[in-house]
Design a binder for this molecule. Structure first.
Ligand SMILES: [Fe+2]
Length: 453
């Protein structure tokens, strides 16, 4: 019996497997871009239950439709050796098995049990946070971290997790302190950088946000959070209405290069930004690099929207997360792919009826009407879109994602109110936004616009 770097017992006699497991855990906690190292652990000891369960985890974290299929052989092998594993390994295996089946509440129950019995297991806590985030449960997102904090006060990763949990609970001062503490303990911490970026955005501290992200962005080069942290950086510039900078970041950091087009998160970062740019009246039609392509025979001009829509078509039946689907369906509707939109709406309706009980209401009562709202918004049917969002917004946390990601939908609702001249409702919403995020130019400009009508 050996121990991993967290000091937790692992049922294996292979030092090579332990080394790969340690590297994997560090890659996940640090948002690294080489978590595939876990397959070396499986090669070193095919009987290791936790190595196989971690390999299954990695396939699920990819958030693709074939994740459960890819995870299945590793789970099968893990269960073959389950009786020889220790309690923590067995609980962890059961949690991943529940996730593969879509029983997120069951997965969380196992994660909480592991957190209670084995608090140094921070990979487990990170997965618990992910599930709580996906369910829109901000209390759980924080509480699972607070539960294990006393056992991990010397570990910088816990403060990044704590910072994000606090931020999503609007405890911004404490969140910033925790995030900065994590960064002081170890600067190679994109998740802590991200939590602070959230705080600065939520408080409307735009210049500080830009200075902060620029001071740490070198660390993101080898991070799976590269595009998302740059998306956060771009949001400051959206609010400052520096749209040339936003487009530059879009084309170089967020979506424009091949390296940035990998995950669902990469894709929704891009879609969200295009929506916000167009909402501000920016023409997002063409890549800068292709600006002279119109005169080049045989060379087509790629529309930014066409490009993201092309990447969406493979995802329309996945239904991994409501937040993703709301972005996907807008991109399809925005470029007029009505048949795809209809297919996706039908697929959403069908999924909403058959989803697991823990998410069924979210899909049928929130995500589906919000998706219809996104389609209406893309088609310029402002009143219809506003009606759908008025229905969905009070429970929008159920689509998953963070406050900053879901703020897009409130912005859309606001845009619909302004376009349909519902000025009093729009003014109330803008004043609420301005109270939280003082001196944000984009909000102030909209307030002035409403007042002048
Ligand atoms: Fe974020």
């Amino acid at each position: 019996m050996l121990k991993d770097a967290q000091g937790l017992e692992v049922t294996t006699d292979s030092p090579e497997a332990i080394a790969a497991i340690n590297r994997f855990i560090d890659q996940i906690l640090s948002m690294g871009n080489n978590p595939e190292v876990i397959f070396k652990a499986v090669e070193a000891d095919t009987t290791s239950v936790i190595a196989n369960a971690y390999a299954a985890t990695l396939h699920m974290l990819a958030e693709t439709a074939d994740g459960p299929t890819q995870a299945a052989p590793y789970l099968k092998r893990a269960y073959e050796y389950c009786d020889s594993a220790n309690e923590r390994e067995q609980l962890y295996l059961h949690s991943i098995n529940a996730w593969v089946k879509g029983d997120i509440d069951q997965a969380i129950a196992y994660q909480e049990e592991i957190a209670n019995k084995y608090p140094p297991d921070l990979l487990n806590v990170q997965l618990g946070q992910k599930h709580y985030l996906d369910l829109g449960n901000k209390q759980g997102l924080l509480q699972i971290v607070e539960k294990v904090l006393p056992a991990n006060r010397d570990n910088h990763y816990i403060y990044g997790m704590l910072a994000f949990g606090l931020e999503e609970n609007q405890r911004y001062q404490e969140a910033e302190a925790a995030g900065r503490k994590a960064n002081e303990m170890n600067r190679c911490h994109p998740w802590a950088h991200h939590a602070i970026a959230h705080v600065l955005y939520s408080q409307g501290r735009l210049d500080e946000g830009i200075a902060w992200t620029e001071s740490v962005c070198d660390v993101w080069e080898n991070s799976s959070f590269y595009t998302h942290n740059w998306w956060h950086t771009a949001l400051y510039y959206v609010d400052k209405e520096d749209f040339i900078k936003v487009l530059e970041l879009y084309d170089t950091r967020i979506w424009g290069t091949t390296a940035n087009k990998k995950t669902a998160l990469d894709l929704i970062n891009a879609i969200s930004l295009l929506i916000q740019l167009e909402m501000a009246g920016v023409d997002v039609s063409y890549f800068h690099e292709d600006s002279d392509a119109a005169d080049a025979p045989g060379k087509s001009i790629a529309s930014r929207w066409e490009e993201v829509a092309n990447s969406v078509t493979g995802h329309i039946h996945e239904h991994i997360l409501g937040l993703y689907d709301l972005h996907y369906i807008y991109a399809l509707a925005r470029v007029g792919r009505d048949e795809w939109v209809e297919q996706m709406l039908k697929s959403l309706q069908s999924y909403a009826q058959t989803a697991k009980p823990c998410v069924q209401k979210a899909w049928s009562e929130v995500i589906l009407p919000a998706a219809q709202g996104m389609v209406a918004y893309a088609k310029g049917e402002w009143a219809t879109a506003a009606a759908f969002f008025k229905l969905a917004l009070p429970r929008l946390h159920a689509v998953g994602g963070s406050d900053a990601q879901r703020d897009l939908f409130e912005q859309i609702y606001l845009d619909c109110l302004i376009r349909t001249k519902e000025n009093e409702q729009a003014r109330q919403l803008l004043e609420k936004r301005a109270a939280v995020r003082d001196h944000v130019p984009s909000i102030q400009r909209e307030l002035a616009r409403i007042s002048s009508h």
